[in-house]
Design a protein around this ligand. Structure first.
Ligand code: UDP
Length: 236
C-alpha cells in the first residue's frame, strides 16, 4: 500500500468541469465520472472537502450592466446547484456527504460552521462547500484557499480541463510551455490566469501548496494525493 502524502485535501472543482462538453449546466455522466475519481481517494482514507464553482450556470462578471453584488450573489447561488448535484452523485455511491453553505439556506443544507466541517471530515464524510465565501467580489478559487487555511487542509487540488499550467493556452498555441513547478510569486507576477491574485496571495501567506491537474486522466487524483509529480505544483 502506497503512502498517502496529503491526508486532508481541498478539491476545487470548477462549474465548467461539471458541464462536460456542453459548457453549460450539469452533465450527469460527467458528474458521475468525477464522483468515481473522488471515491478513489476517499476509499484510500483521504479526508476530502470540496469547493465547487458555479461558472457552468453564472459568473458575476457575466452580468454586464448589472449591479455587481447582485450578479455575484447569483453566482453564489449557482454553486449550490452544483453542490447538490455532486452530493447526489457521491451519495448514490454510498459516500456520506454534507453540504455547507456560506449563505444560510437551512432547508437545503447546513450553514458553514468550521468546527462542524472538521468533525464531518474526521467522521469520514465528504464535505462540499457551497456559496463561495458568502461575499461578492470573491471567487471560488479564493474560497478554496480560505477553507483550506481554516480546516488545515494540506493541499489544494485544483482540477482543471487542461492537465497543467502553461505559459499560453495549449489549445491555441501548440508550442505552449508547460510548467512542472511555479512559485506563488510566479502566479502573482506572470498573470498566468490559473487562479486569481486574491486566492494566490492567501495560499502564499498560509503556505498551502496547490496542485493543478487535469481530471480527464482517472489516475491523476490518486497520484496527486500520493505526492507523485503530475500537472503543476505551486508552492514557495
Ligand atoms: N462568487 C462570489 N463570491 C465568492 C465565490 C463566488 O461572489 O466567494 C460568485 C462570483 O460571481 C463568481 C460565481 O460566484 O463568478 C461563480 O464562482 P466562480 O466563477 O469562482 O466559479 P468557477 O469559475 O470555479 O466555476
Amino acid at each position: 500500500m502506497q503512502k498517502i502524502k496529503y491526508k486532508r485535501v481541498i478539491l476545487k472543482i470548477s462549474g465548467e468541469a461539471l458541464a462536460g462538453d456542453n459548457k453549460h449546466g450539469i452533465d450527469t455522466d460527467t458528474i458521475n465520472e468525477i464522483s468515481n475519481r473522488i471515491e478513489k481517494i476517499y476509499k484510500m482514507g483521504v479526508e476530502v472537502a470540496i469547493v465547487v464553482g458555479g461558472g457552468n450556470f453564472w459568473r458575476g462578471r457575466s452580468g454586464v450592466g448589472m449591479d455587481r453584488t447582485t450578479a455575484d450573489y447569483m453566482g453564489m447561488l449557482a454553486t449550490v446547484i452544483n453542490a447538490l448535484g455532486l452530493q447526489d452523485a457521491l451519495e448514490s455511491k454510498g459516500i456520506p456527504t454534507r453540504v455547507q453553505t456560506a449563505i444560510e439556506m437551512r432547508q437545503i443544507a447546513e450553514p458553514y460552521i468550521r468546527r462542524k466541517a472538521v468533525r464531518h471530515l474526521e467522521k469520514k464524510r465528504v464535505v462540499i462547500f457551497a456559496c463561495g465565501t458568502g461575499n461578492p467580489f470573491f471567487s471560488t478559487d479564493t474560497t478554496a484557499a480560505l477553507r483550506a487555511a481554516e480546516i488545515d487542509a494540506e493541499v489544494i487540488l485544483l482540477a482543471k480541463k487542461v492537465d497543467a499550467v502553461y505559459d499560453s493556452d495549449p489549445n491555441i498555441n501548440p508550442n505552449a510551455q508547460k510548467f512542472d513547478r511555479l512559485s506563488y510569486l510566479d502566479i502573482l507576477n506572470k498573470e498566468l490566469g490559473v487562479m486569481d491574485s486574491t486566492a494566490a496571495s492567501l495560499c502564499k501567506d498560509n503556505d498551502i501548496p496547490i496542485i493543478v491537474f487535469g481530471l480527464d486522466n482517472p489516475e491523476n487524483i490518486v497520484k496527486a494525493v500520493l505526492g507523485e509529480n503530475i500537472g503543476t505544483i505551486i508552492n514557495k
